[in-house]
Design a protein around this ligand. Structure first.
Ligand code: NCD
Length: 326
């Protein structure tokens, strides 16, 4: 590891075979090597700023990052903003509410406006699956998918992998159980793709009504019984029940859901002794996870948020300072 002023990976030294895709739209576009490059870069950034009074690197001075958020967000938007600012980029926060979008402006016209203003990166969250992919056709800057509909959320999966690696070491061969509303979860799909690429054994657990069509072709196992899937697992990742995306009834009652798919103290004890508990947030405490488990031993939920900033710094750094395909 280098001890120069900015002790992170020099993009010029990253071999072409390790170049990231131009845009970060899906974890399915990452190889084990490129995903590992992102995680290693995040680890170096963490080391570089640890214990510093000023936790800021000058790397992206003069570059502009636009946060284009069409859907509500707390963690992800703030995390990207902080990540870009810690790399000294200029950050513009655009939310659909209060912009010309509420006057009916299309995504394309908004994209052309950002293009004209010279955005180097556009971080996009949108309620429609595929919107960031469309955007990538219209802007010259790098597009980062910050969650599109029920499709993908690649930086969440990367921060989850980073958190897993910090606690479990090597991800390959680890048994990870992902539980809950897979049907509406972009976090689940991005995680399954990434964790499978990194060699983990992933099991999805959900009621049949909350699994998407075609889940059989995903690179993971599927189980309907949480008590069957949990024993000895290295990590469990709980998903939020996404009521805002539910038109109909997907389970009889909330109580019934919690009883069958909620993580309580008894179930948590089924994990391996070193097992950890993850949740992307926001949590429905008392529904998919008991407060005592969310706040208890082996819960890394708050740490995930902190790691999110570091991992997003790594992504912005690698995309904007050159270690990506042009
Ligand atoms: C997730 C999201 O928005 O997809 N949250 C997040 O980004 N931290 C998961 C969720 O909303 O349940």
């Amino acid at each position: 590891m280098t001890t120069s002023a900015i002790p992170v990976i020099d993009p010029a030294l990253v071999p072409a075979t390790l170049a990231l895709p131009r845009h970060l739209l899906s974890t399915g576009d990452l190889t084990a090597d490129t995903a590992t490059l992102i995680l290693d870069t995040a680890a170096r950034i963490e080391q570089a700023i640890a214990g510093r009074e000023v936790r800021k690197l000058p790397t992206l001075r003069g570059r502009t990052v636009v946060n284009l958020f069409y859907e509500d967000s707390t963690r992800t938007r703030i995390s990207f903003e902080l990540a870009a600012k810690r790399l000294s980029a200029d950050v513009i926060n655009f939310s659909a509410k209060g912009s010309s979008v509420s006057k009916g402006e299309s995504l394309k016209d908004t994209a052309l406006t950002l293009q004209a203003m010279g955005a180097d990166a556009v971080v996009c969250r949108h309620q429609s699956s595929g919107a960031p992919h469309r955007l990538a056709n219209w802007v010259d800057g790098h597009v980062i998918n910050a969650g599109d509909g029920t499709h993908e959320h690649p930086t969440q999966a990367l921060l989850d992998a980073y958190t897993l690696r910090r606690h479990l070491g090597e991800i390959a061969g680890r048994r990870i159980v992902i539980v809950g509303d897979v049907l509406h979860s972009r976090v689940a799909r991005s995680n399954v793709l990434l964790l499978a690429t990194l060699g983990a054994e992933v099991t999805l657990v959900a009621p049949p009504t909350l699994l998407p069509i075609g889940v059989g072709s995903w690179p993971c196992a599927v189980d309907y019984d949480l008590d069957h899937a949990l024993p000895g697992a290295d990590a469990v990742m709980m998903l939020r029940v996404q009521r805002e995306r539910m038109g109909g009834a997907f389970f009889p009652t909330e109580r019934e859901y919690s009883r069958r798919y909620g993580l309580d103290g008894r179930r948590r004890a089924l994990l391996a002794p070193h097992g950890i508990v993850l949740h992307p947030g926001p949590m429905n405490r008392g529904m998919e996870i008991e407060p005592s488990v969310a706040d208890g031993q082996g819960s890394v939920i708050v740490e995930q948020v902190g790691n999110g900033v570091t991992v997003r710094m790594a992504v912005l750094y690698l995309l904007l300072s050159g270690a990506s395909e042009v």
